[in-house]
Design a protein around this ligand. Sequence first.
Ligand code: PRX
Length: 630
Amino acid sequence: MLNSKLNGEVYFPSAEVLKNATIKDWEQLNKKALDNYEEFWSELASELHWFKKWDRVIEDSEKPFYKWFTGGKTNIVYNCLDVHVNTHRRNKLALIWEGENGDSKTFSYYALHRETCKFANVLKSMGVQKGDRVTIYMGRVPEIVIAMLACARIGAVHSVVYGGFSVESLAERIEDSNSKVLIVADGAYQRGKIVQLKQIADEALQRCGTVEHVLVVKRTGQEINMESGRDMWYHELMNLPIAIQNNTLEEVDSEYPLFILYTSGTTGKPKAILHTHGGYMVGIYATLKYVFDIHDDDRYWCAADPGWITGHSYIVYGPLLNGATSFMYEGAPNFPYPNRWWQIIEKYGINILYTAPTAIRGLMRFGEAWVNRHNLSSLRLLGTVGEPINPEAWKWYYNVVGKGKCPIMDTWWQTETGMFMITPMPCVPLKPGSGSRPFPGIVMDVVDEKGNSVQANEEGYLVIKTPWPAMIRTVWKDSERYISQYWSRYPGMYLTGDSARKDEDGYFWIIGRVDDVIKVSGYRLGTAEIESALVSHNTVAEAAAIGLPHEVKGNAIYAYVILRTGVEKSPALIDELRQHVSHEVGPIAKPEHIEFVDALPKTRSGKIMRRVLKAKALGQDPGNLSTLEE
Ligand code: PRX
């Protein structure tokens, strides 16, 4: 256990927290994992069900294409549902859901299992086979969970597209994944309005030709277009005799694809990150168990969206693997009033809240009176993810929401890592703004240009030096990109794309992305996606997007646009372009600000120098300009 010699501002776990914590000695667990890494993971894997036990824990003969638990046969859904249905958890609530408009639904493990089996049968009857990709495009509703689990149950590979994305983003992802089936909702409630998901999907389907069946979940009940022969209602299909046939489940190899999830990278199109059944299952089961220390009677709320990795790992799969009760809320945190979240915590007796700094900063602005109206004494643990949390927001979260008694798990990880990588546990002393140290057994470092470790407190590139079970297996259909993006800069080290520093106590402090990824409200966007949306407008010749600091969102998008010859600059055109990006990529990508320029700073090879634009916007020194062409 770390002692009081830690540097800086430190929050030590209280006697009460230590008493409740399953892991009381982090150092000991870390030592155990470091001494025998394979055995550490093997023991955790043994807590789950395997139809056939693995032969090897880590297979590294084709590095960096690591494989985990090879020779093993399992299915993550069997461990999420079937296992619990046969225990005392059969009638325990697996999922509690509240809609933004006050609707609510609950599913016991028995009910979630039954609905999943039914939908798996429906998918099969649509011709979905093992290995087929299925795109899912919905808001935060229970059917998204059922759809994901049903796919995985029959060995189909789900590709969830975040419901906040729009036409082009959806079309591109459907096309790239070659999905024949799209599962969509008629709409989603967001801040009292309806997001027209089906309408967006219809428009996207005009741009890509792979989809044969569209299964539509009725959420809002509004009038929508249903294309005959292509579109079918979910609730009607679920009532057909075919749905209640049997409990089909595919026993798959440990390394069998579970899902792909598109994420933004350095250049070009979003890439599909591939995760597989076995290793991913073990990684998220173990991290959630240790970090959020789930107890059987806990109610756990991860307020992310299932459409991003946080939702995949820690709304859907992780809690179910742990037999937990997971809560899901559809809407905005401040709708209809800024106390909505606090009201929910009180109403359902939530014990663990896991959210993003941007949400905390957003709610903080409304003042603590909104929080103090509610009894939040059920809370035991808090969590944060997605971007660095500023100490001011950390302290507000700790003191106002957690009343000074709930440790904050600041979890650093990525779509690619699948699971928490840098994270405390309840027994670990906390420093506001740092996620503390890597999960036991995982070796991470901060290195310079040459790949050498930097001194304590010096900034450098954040890298991972050990394989981990939930790691990305490859970029779907593009293994070259997997190697070049993550493994080619420093052989043997996984490049995260983040800059960080490590202090004298070994605590990591994340600074931010060093590539062309912008984190807006914790959402990951690529400059390339925003720029290509801008140039798809008939008035735009060239565009460059950058992220600039924003008080609530962390970063806001600024775009620089060169108009085509003869096009008049006007405030109306700025509005139109912002709207266009929102329509093509999604409202989260809408630039905060657009400026018309006559030229963009570029290298001689034609690459836009975004760092120069950023420095100029911030009134800073642009640094070395020797490669600047104009
Ligand atoms: O920059 C880091 C930031 O989010 C990036 C990963 O984004 P994404 O793949 O969308 O996954 C987000 C949710 C896991 C990282 O490269 N990031 C994530 N968590 C933190 C963070 N930055 C600082 N602190 C965190 N806790």
